[in-house]
Design a protein around this ligand. Structure first.
Ligand code: BGC
Length: 411
């Protein structure tokens, strides 16, 4: 009798999926609050909820610069979330060193991440002292100029094919009542756009010397002086761009009020939500049409160390799920980014994503700013660039000198 009961109990427990039996709420923080970003993160939540667990969405508005300090202070202050987005690279160095982030090496090994993640530098950016601390979920590249075909049509000029043509078209755009260059007010946006000008106009080698080697001779050189001249053009072209958030600036391009925006490929999510088609409604120029390279940084999920066993299990399940082919495809198509695994069928990718995939296949890649430089040093550059954009009296030469000083003390 006892045996029969035991057998029945066992049968009942087998019938309930293990995941449902241990269903757990897991809070996941991120800074994905624009329309395209929300659509993409909803795919992750859907996949996680399908396991029986519950994704408790912890979106923090204001972009990475605002969200990251909140996330970090929660983790250091003893109020950790179940999982959190960061850009992989150097943003989490101190949290990992302090032992606050979960070591995912066992999951990475069980799931074969080393064999599937490409380029391998993505996983390297998750690795500290041989241990893996994050689950990379996409390749996001910064190096894009997004152009509104309508704005150029209204102004009676051809859609530019490179940065110089864009600058030359600015007066015509202005005559037609357009803002040539849309630029949001947060420092990370102008700092990011500057970095794109640098890698595109001065070229990837100079970029790696400056951001990677912190080479002050390269930083002080004539190539960078020319980048500051380009930044001077950019600040004039964006003078009427009175918006804060990056997606508000993208919206100026989508609606044809602005000619273009220098922004990461997450902008594609916004064009998609607005029902626009790459090639028809908008044009994308990788590397500003000059040096078509892509930085291979992106987003990754990190998992703070938790004590609760159920939560720990749910963390592990989420980490594994994030790199599954279906999750990768659903998320990245909405996000405008490229999957971290090369074996995902990207038939549905739009023209711009396809350009990105070609660049990736040809190996024309550079490390992201977040992989090369500490966030503190990047923030100093961002602050300088935003000050330059907001201060017409600051000359390109003055800004360049201050840039060299920052590079000299950067780490
Ligand atoms: C993230 C993207 C995000 C963008 C704007 C970047 O740091 O990598 O995923 O879409 O910020 O919020």
């Amino acid at each position: 009798m006892r045996h029969a009961m035991l057998a029945a109990t066992l049968a009942a427990s087998v019938a309930i999926p293990a995941t449902l039996a241990n269903a757990t709420d897991l809070e996941v923080t991120h800074w994905w609050t624009s329309g395209g970003e929300a659509a993409a993160v909803a795919e992750l939540a859907k996949a996680f909820d399908a396991t029986g667990h519950k994704w408790i969405d912890g979106a923090i508005a204001g972009g990475g610069n605002t969200a990251r300090p909140v996330m970090i202070s929660r983790i250091t202050g003893g109020d950790p979330m179940g999982a959190t987005q960061f850009n992989h690279g150097r943003q989490t160095e101190e949290l990992i060193e302090a032992g606050l982030m979960r070591d995912l090496t066992d999951i990475a090994e069980a799931e074969g991440w080393k064999d599937i993640v490409r380029p391998s530098s993505l996983l390297d950016s998750c690795t500290v002292d041989g241990r893996i601390y994050c689950a990379p979920i996409n390749i996001h590249s910064w190096e894009w100029l997004w152009l509104s075909n309508k704005a150029f049509e209204d102004a009676g000029v051809e859609v530019p094919t490179n940065w110089d043509e864009f600058v030359a078209a600015a007066p015509k755009l202005e005559e037609a009542g357009k803002i040539p260059l849309a630029m949001g007010g947060q420092p990370w946006q102008s700092g990011g756009a500057f970095r794109v000008m640098l890698s595109s106009l001065a070229g990837p080698d100079v970029y790696k010397k400056v951001y990677g080697d912190k080479d002050t001779d390269a930083a002080a050189g004539p190539e960078i002086a020319r980048v500051f001249e380009a930044a001077d053009n950019a600040r004039k072209m964006s003078a009427g761009s009175n918006v804060q958030d990056w997606n508000q600036a993208t919206n100026l391009v989508i609606t044809g009020q602005a000619g273009g925006q220098i922004m990461g490929d997450w902008a594609q999510g916004e064009f998609q939500v607005a029902g626009q088609t790459a090639g028809e409604d908008y044009t994308c120029l990788p590397g500003l049409g000059v040096n078509a390279v892509m930085s291979t940084g992106g987003d990754a999920f990190y998992f703070p160390v938790l004590q609760d066993e159920e939560q720990k299990k749910a963390q592990g399940e989420l980490a594994a799920l994030l790199l599954k082919p279906e999750t990768q495809l659903a998320f990245n198509l909405k996000k405008g980014s490229v999957p971290v695994r090369g074996d995902v069928d990207l038939e549905a990718a739009n023209d711009c994503m396809k350009k990105g995939l070609d660049i990736l296949a040809e190996g024309r890649t550079i490390p992201s700013g977040e992989q090369l430089m500490s966030q503190d040093s990047l923030n100093q550059i961002n602050d300088l660039v935003v000050e330059f954009f907001n201060t017409p009296s600051m000359t390109a030469e003055d800004a360049h000198k201050r840039f060299v000083d920052i590079v000299a003390s950067a780490d």
